[in-house]
Design a protein around this ligand. Sequence first.
Ligand code: NAD
Ligand code: TDX
Length: 332
Amino acid sequence: MTSLLVTGGAGFIGSNFVHWALANTDANVTVLDALTYAGNLSSLGGLSAERFQFVNGSVTSPGLVSELVEASDVVVHFAAESHNDNSLEGPGVFIDTNIVGTYHVLQAVRQHQKRLHHISTDEVYGDLELDDPAKFTPATPYNPSSPYSASKAASDHLVRAWVRSFGVQATISNCSNNYGPRQHIEKFIPRQITNIIDGHRPKLYGAGLNVRDWIHVDDHNSAVWRIIEEGAIGETYLIGADGEKSNREVIELILELMGLEPDGYDHVNDRAGHDLRYAIDATKLREELGWEPRYTDFSEGLDETITWYEDNETWWRPMKDATEAKYAAKGQ
Ligand code: NAD
Ligand code: TDX
């Protein structure tokens, strides 16, 4: 039986990965998570203690990371500061967690000769024009725009260097925008759903023409598992499910699915340096590893996600006022 060490497992994608892995594999899971504002222990509620344990700590603590890596077979490294808007307000913690934290994970897997899968983002490639037929591929040059994406790009480079220079057994995946249950309400889709539940109008940055390539979090995680099992060491796989939509289209769809007029939203201040469009070409993952997404109808996945937030107000309510106060101070 495989022992997984999942860093950042109390966050959005990590917690869904833990639920997915316990349901779909026979692996044991240890989560290492610092429980920052983005970590939520209730996202890991109800899991069997026979196959799951939680450790409260940081990837920036080398001794703890080394001890936990030594006790595991495979490390799945999700832990990161993940929100672009926060990286514009305070980039320092992005450098510490995303770059220095990844360095400590790499040193530990190097020392103990363990398999690593590094979770990254399509944002490392910068952005595309709206009318550009191109999509990101593994050959696209790195060109990150924000402190967040630059810190993730740096972490990818460290992983590649540790593979090449020290023979670390690692793979990397760069995924597009995820949606689904347990996503922090600072992010676009859950922010708008919870605003509507509260009787407030959704908030669109600028004109809202920016395009994101949406994928359901369970599809991201099934791809991660496929790469852990069958990916070639040293390779990078792009994960995406052909889900390009403008932000305006997404907000209109959320309003419609929640029974409101599609024009019932406000335009607010745009994000500084706002990337225009992301789009993933996942041919390598699909053809070499035979992966396929399960959620091919965005409207259906979005509807399920809306239902999750409607049914789980106790999960998000404690964060709502503080999250909105931060946005209000920036006219967003
Ligand atoms: P999230 O912010 O919801 O969760 C991050 C988790 O990491 C939290 O539980 C937090 O407590 C933990 N964490 C933060 N600093 C830590 C530290 N120093 N030590 C240990 N734990 C720490 O983020 P997410 O959206 O779930 O993203 C997870 C990963 O996936 C990140 O690496 C992110 O770059 C990547 N990613 C996210 C998306 C997306 O759409 N959300 C898309 C592609 C890639
Ligand atoms: O209220 C909002 N209104 C709005 O129009 C918010 C919060 C966002 N937006 C826009 C900005 C983006 O164009 O919606 C889009 C999505 O925004 P975010 O949810 O902040 O995601 P993004 O910046 O695209 O980054 C996400 O995808 C890639 C994740 O947060 C990253 O962790 C991941 O790497």
